[in-house]
Design a protein around this ligand. Sequence first.
Ligand code: HEC
Length: 129
Amino acid sequence: MIRLSLLSLLVASSFAFGADDPKAAARLETFNKEIKPMLEKSCLSCHGKDGKPGKHGFSVYTLENTVKGGKEEGPGITWGNADKSSLYRLSLLGATARGEEMAMPPKDKKQEPLTMDQLAKMKAWIEAK
Ligand code: HEC
């Protein structure tokens, strides 16, 4: 009996997590290899350097915190929808509409906005099927 329920637990959990696992692993790998390095220069000094909570509670130090987002602008990442991802939305303002109040990095600061090439990579990563 015990064996049987253990087995069904295993089967159930592989259904629950197995399907999404390769995707989660790929997302994390791209975050560490491509996304975080681009955020390091433009964002990290204000958003979670050394793992500390960043400005407006937003930290890009780990993928988990980046997904969660900050206090006011909604989730940092909504998988499948870059426009509903504050990470992307405010970075895009930073690159294309520097005068906007929420453009990131803030317009009066020395950090460089992301390039259109970096933004395209970020969007593709968020919206990858
Ligand atoms: C010089 C410091 C600084 C830099 C660099 C910076 N930010 Fe910010 N960020 C802030 C401040 C301050 C706020 C709070 C809003 C405000 O007062 O403008 C904020 C708010 C945010 C928020 C909203 C959090 C919420 O939900 O309330 C997001 C998202 C964000 N920043 C993303 C970024 C990204 C992405 C970058 C890099 C492209 C970046 N920031 C670079 C200072 C910075």
